[in-house]
Design a protein around this ligand. Structure first.
Ligand SMILES: [Zn+2]
Length: 255
């Protein structure tokens, strides 16, 4: 099962409320803005000064088990820290320039009239997205809750995927795959398995199985899992697995 280890010391990611903006960016939005980052040499320099993290075991929910909204919220906070830590630690192994995280607007309720908007469009039910013009990520709390009922791995997938869209938006356009949704799943696999290699997260085969099951179960019922926009469950899990085996570089478009 899935077990989290305490992440390394982190800068807190500040959640802020969204203002208005432009287009919600999760569904096949072309990334045509000017690139600012170029691939750098792989230094492979380990972060030797960091102390080893102290292991902390979570109690992941079994399918159908009772859990509270607070459990979901805590898991979201942990996932944000793990993913931000991965990118801030490893960015310079892959890219030039400094890493800057997206803003984390985080959870919204789809019936809240004051939920985030992007480009004047209010956030959708059962979706998670990266808002390109405002550089923030957000997700419907119910999408997280429903996925968490299948296992806590879901929350890590959703956040790592949206974070990957923010990363895509920081890259030279030639590094961004045309199939940018599958590339985001690939990068999610690279990050979560990479965090496991760093000793920050314990990610196991069962966790990948768990997200495949959830992707299949939700299908086109949910915006975030709509196969026409994102690929089907098999394609998505395959892309995630490619990220595991090939890492961040293996997810980048080749030209
Ligand atoms: Zn996406």
């Amino acid at each position: 099962m899935f077990k989290r280890l305490l992440p390394l010391a982190l800068a807190a990611v500040v959640a802020t409320t969204a203002g208005c903006g432009f287009q919600v960016g999760d569904v096949g939005t072309p990334l045509t803005n000017a690139p600012t980052m170029k691939p750098g040499p792989n230094t492979g320099a380990p972060n030797a000064g960091d102390p080893p993290p102290a292991p902390v075991q979570t109690a992941p929910p079994a399918p159908g088990a009772h859990f509270s909204d607070a459990d979901v919220t805590k898991e979201i906070g942990d996932a944000v820290q793990v993913i931000d830590t991965y990118w801030s630690t490893h960015w310079s192994e892959f890219f030039t320039g400094s890493y800057t995280p997206p803003r984390v607007v985080g959870a919204y309720q789809a019936d809240d009239p004051h939920r985030p908007s992007c480009g004047g469009q209010l956030a959708e039910a059962f979706n998670a997205y990266y808002c390109i013009p405002e550089d923030y990520i957000a997700w419907d709390f119910q999408l997280m809750r429903e996925g968490y009922a299948q296992g806590d791995a879901w929350i890590y997938l959703v956040i790592a995927h949206e974070w990957a869209h923010a990363v895509q938006n920081r890259l030279q356009v030639n590094l961004v795959a045309e199939a940018n949704e599958l590339q985001a799943d690939c990068l999610a696999g690279a990050v979560l398995w990479g965090a496991k290699n760093d000793g920050v997260l314990e990610w196991e085969e069962g966790d990948t199985t768990e997200i495949g099951t959830a992707l299949s179960a939700f299908g086109d019922d949910y915006a975030w899992t709509d196969p026409t926009a994102h690929g089907d469950a098999i394609q998505r899990v395959t892309a995630f697995g490619q990220g595991r085996t090939e890492g961040v570089r293996g997810c980048l478009a080749q030209d």
